[in-house]
Each structure stands twice: as C-alpha cells, then as structure tokens.
Design a protein. Structure first.
Length: 318
C-alpha cells in the first residue's frame, strides 16, 4: 500500500492479508474531505472472511465501509461479522454505506442470498446497485454492491467501465450537508505534446544504474518508481485551474439517468457477447427511443426557458 499513490487522494483505511496473496480492501478519500477513524470497528476484520476497511465521513455523518469476501470462505462467519458491524454502527446513530465484493450474486436465487437479504431487511438496509457489474462471455453476476440505509434520500448509482478490470466501477451520488462556497479550484496535469516529449527525453537520458545494481526485486522496483515519479512530476506538473460554474441541465431527469445507465449496460453486453438478432434489434430500438426522449426533453426545457425569459431576444442569441 505504501507504493500506491493517487493524486489528490489519501489512504485512510486498509485491510491487508498476512498469510495469503490477493484480496484485501482499502479506502482513498479526497484530500479536502474531513474523516474520522472508526475505533469501534477495529478487530472485526478476518482474512478471506471479512476483509473490511472503514472510515467516518464527517460531511454526511455516515460510516463508509469497504468489504471483500473470498468465494471460498465460510459465508456464515461472514454474515455474523456483517451483523456485528451493522449493530455497532447503528448503536452510534450513524448512517451506513457499505461497498465491495461480497461474492454473493444478487440476481441469482440462493439460500445464502436470502439469509443476507433478511439480515439487511431486519436492519432497514438495501442494495442500491441493480444491474450486473461484471461482464464476461460466460456470465453477468451482480456481486459488487452498495448497501445503504433504506431512507427517503436522493441518491442513485452509476456503473462505469473504466477499462482497468472486468468489474465495472460504481458511483454513488448522495447529498452533502456542506455546500461549496466561492470560486471552485481544481488541480490537474496537462499532457501536451511538448510535455510528453520532455518526459520521453528525461527517461532516455536516465541510465537506471541504481535499478539494475540491486539484487532485491522490491528495492529495484521502489527505486524505479521513485525515479519515474520524479520525472513525471517535472514533465507534467500539477497546476491550479479555475472551474466555471456550470449551468444545471434541468432536462436531465432521474428517468433519463436510469435509461442512460441501462443503455450503457446493454452496449457493454453487446460488445462482449454474441447476441441473437432479436436482442440486437431490441438494443437498437432502445437506442432510438433514448435519442428521441433526449431530443424531446431538450425541446421542452428550451420552450420553458423561452416562455419564462424576460429578454427573449437575448435568449435566442444563446
């Protein structure tokens, strides 16, 4: 974990294995977010069974947990651990956000799924991820979940294919108590052709003697990463940029977002699976309807703006 570095994020919690490879969990948080350690959840983690990381998010008064359960572990030991976590969080009056890979397929009936859903139901918790998050030629299971309190709150999820894994990334949108005030500033790197050429030049002139001199693979790797990161920061420095306040597109409704997410899933399945002609026609028809809905939503919003505008001539110019 010490080698892993993500710009503008910090590692706040992690579970690492001591006796076997792979697995584990971790939580990275943006540098400007306030967090607290969750002392009362320490000691709950168990290798393969309940590999949990947890942190308190001060902005939304919630506990964020990330869990991995190995498919060959004892499911009912996992269920017992999960019950203890839920009990401890609820006793402190905190909301709960649990994410991770539980290796339980939420769209395939099984006794284990029923037992897990009963535990969630008894504690007024629900899984808000409704579509498969792992797309392959053989199956499309729903094993990565986001479990939250079943309360009336405006939140929704989006699955994204970032290209790093056979698991889709999951985004959870929720409201925060604290609103941003004043001008918004973000920090980014600019990968221009000139910067890329400078980066290549810096690497070409480096002899890498220290890397090849070490007989220890981990030491060589750490030296390489330190050198690589040094030149990377020189060629692609982080610069502050002002972010203009964007106009909210009021025509983008929740139903449009749901349809967009469903269309993305269908397109992912289409690319990775040999579908029959009937299914291909269904996806094509869905795309056509989606485009028409978008066009009509934009037209309706434009009509609303024109009717409510005081200076219609100025609005037409936009």
């Amino acid at each position: 974990m010490k080698v892993l570095n993500i710009d503008y994020f910090r590692l706040v919690s992690n579970f690492s294995r001591n006796h076997s490879a792979s697995g584990g969990s971790c939580i990275f948080i943006r540098n400007n977010m306030e967090t607290k350690e969750v002392e009362y959840l320490r000691g709950l983690g168990k290798e393969k069974v309940f590999e949990v990381s947890a942190v308190e998010l001060s902005d939304i008064d919630a506990i964020l947990g990330c869990i991995y359960r190995s498919p060959d572990s004892d499911f009912y030991k996992f269920l017992h651990k999960l019950g203890l976590l839920i009990l401890r969080v609820s006793s402190y009056g905190k909301c709960l956000i649990l994410c991770g890979d539980l290796n339980i397929n939420f769209i395939q009936y099984s006794g284990k799924l029923i037992d897990l859903q009963n535990l969630l139901l008894m504690n007024n918790l629900i899984n808000v991820v409704k579509s498969p998050i792992r797309i392959s030629n053989h199956s499309t299971p729903l094993i990565d979940v986001i479990i939250v309190n079943n309360i009336k709150n405006e939140l929704f999820t989006v699955n994204l294919d970032l290209g790093y894994s056979d698991h889709l990334a999951q985004l959870l949108y929720t409201k925060s108590k604290n609103l941003l005030k004043g001008p918004r500033t973000t920090y980014k790197r600019f990968f221009t052709d000139k910067n890329v050429e400078e980066f290549q030049y810096l690497h070409q002139k480096e002899k890498w003697d220290e890397v090849s001199a070490s007989n220890e693979p981990n030491t060589s790797f750490n030296i390489f990463m330190d050198t690589f990161r040094y030149y990377f920061n020189i060629a692609f420095p982080v610069k502050a940029t002002y972010v203009k306040e964007s106009t909210v597109n009021k025509w983008i409704t929740k139903s449009i977002i749901v349809s967009r997410n469903r269309l993305r899933l269908l397109c992912n399945i289409k690319r990775s699976t040999n579908l029959p002609m009937e299914s291909l026609k269904y996806i094509q028809n869905y795309q056509s309807i989606y485009r028409k809905v978008i066009k009509e939503a934009k037209r309706t919003e434009a009509d609303r703006l024109i009717l409510s505008a005081k200076n219609k001539t100025k609005l037409y110019g936009k």
